[in-house]
Design a protein. Structure first.
Ligand code: SF4
Length: 390
């Protein structure tokens, strides 16, 4: 990793990929291993701490304002290991006192002991994977918890002083119809999370669900669209602002870490399959825990992919990422940053506006409407084609 000066004084985000889960969910294609193999757990902890220690001096100009432990299931890995990794981060980087420090958790792995320890270490945000309120569906998905466990987990999380709670929900699940999805939303709203992420189920090749998808009564595209629009309405009525396609929050609770991905800000990832965007390059670590541990032991050869991102490509990413957000694209920023004309894109966005898919705000920014978010893939690929031709 090259040593880079930080001329713009942009703060850095740090992502830790914790590749362990109690069991594998039927739809999941994230990199994680199941079960408890102490040798692997210890090897992972050593490798990730060494990696962080080596990377710190390469980014001397940066302060860190977000740290995110994802996975996998960090809480299954355990509080002691997570605390040791956070300590390694604090030693190697300058973590700001008001940094957002998040961990992902599953409802079955948040004990009092774990929460007390993590709160005292400075973790201040929890992202809890609830998915839905129906135990039968949770079981079909292979989720290792019930809805009652999720509700108890929320009480515990509050008891230990976490004031920033996000919950993950999914729609389009096996056997789930629109009323069932709306019931999930209403039940979860009673838990009063500050932040809610709603994801439509995607059947990924290579997952068990992919093999038997036709037998499990999945929602079609139209039904998924209805579920999505219903979530946008219900959450708006309950005071949640949609700030990204899938993300909703109460005032002052956007995910500062995830905003970095959508804004194109720098972040460094550690652990197998973690990605980074730093110093003009994007790199991904090998998707294999043993190779990661060995590579770090032998001198840090753990990258699977390194991409230098050219300015035109960055401009395309800017369109892609900014149109996911409610803030949208500012033509002046686009033209100034990438030296490309916005006019041809604006012509197309004006057509989208006439079809109720996009709007332009008083300050000239363009963003998609909820109906536009539903067809954002088509809109974005059309915009990328137009960009290429100009
Ligand atoms: S708990 Fe999360 S990371 Fe683990 S298998 Fe399930 S969805 Fe994947």
């Amino acid at each position: 990793m090259p040593l880079f000066a930080n001329k713009n004084k942009t703060p850095l985000g740090i992502y830790i990929h914790v590749p362990f889960c109690r069991s594998k969910c039927q739809y999941c294609d994230f990199y994680s291993l199941t079960g408890r193999d102490d040798r692997l757990l210890d090897g992972y902890l050593d490798a990730v701490c060494t990696h962080i220690k080596e990377a710190g001096p390469l980014a001397p100009d940066y302060v860190v304002d977000t740290v995110y432990f994802g996975g996998g299931t960090p809480t299954f890995f355990g509080a002691d290991g997570m605390a040791a990794i956070l300590t390694a981060i604090r030693k190697a980087f300058r973590v700001l006192p008001n940094a957002e420090i998040t961990f992902e958790a599953n409802p079955d792995s948040v004990s009092d002991r774990l929460l007390r320890r993590l709160r005292s270490e400075g973790f201040n945000r929890v992202s809890l994977g609830i998915q839905c309120d129906n135990d039968e569906i949770l079981k079909k998905l292979g989720r290792p918890h019930t809805y009652a466990q999720a509700a108890t987990a929320v009480q515990r999380i509050r008891k230990f002083g976490f004031k920033n709670l996000s919950v993950d929900l999914m729609y389009g699940l096996p056997g789930q119809d629109l009323p069932a999805w709306e019931r999930t939303l209403k039940n979860v709203l009673r838990l009063q999370p500050e932040h809610i992420s709603c994801y439509g189920l995607k059947v990924e090749e290579g997952t068990p669900l992919y093999e038997y998808q036709e037998y499990c009564n999945l929602a079609d595209d139209d039904m998924q669209a209805d579920m999505y629009l219903s979530a946008v309405n219900i959450l708006r009525q309950h005071g949640y602002r949609q700030y990204e396609i899938s993300n909703f929050c109460r005032k002052g609770h956007v995910s500062r870490h995830n905003l970095k991905y959508w804004n194109g800000d720098p972040y460094l990832g550690f652990g197998p399959n973690a990605s980074s965007d730093f110093g003009g390059s994007r790199f991904t670590i090998v998707r294999d825990l043993k190779a990661y541990i060995d590579g770090i032991k032998k001198g840090g050869q753990v990258l699977q992919e390194v991409q230098e991102i050219a300015s035109r490509e960055r401009a395309g990413e800017h369109i892609m990422m900014r149109l996911r957000t409610a803030a949208g694209i500012d033509p002046k920023v686009y033209e100034h940053r990438y030296l490309l004309p916005f006019g041809p894109l604006e012509e197309y966005l004006t057509e989208c506006k006439e079809r109720g898919l996009a709007t332009k705000t008083y300050d000239g920014r363009w963003h998609l409407t909820p109906n536009g978010f539903l067809v954002s893939n088509t809109i974005i690929s059309d915009l990328l084609l137009i960009q290429e031709e100009n």
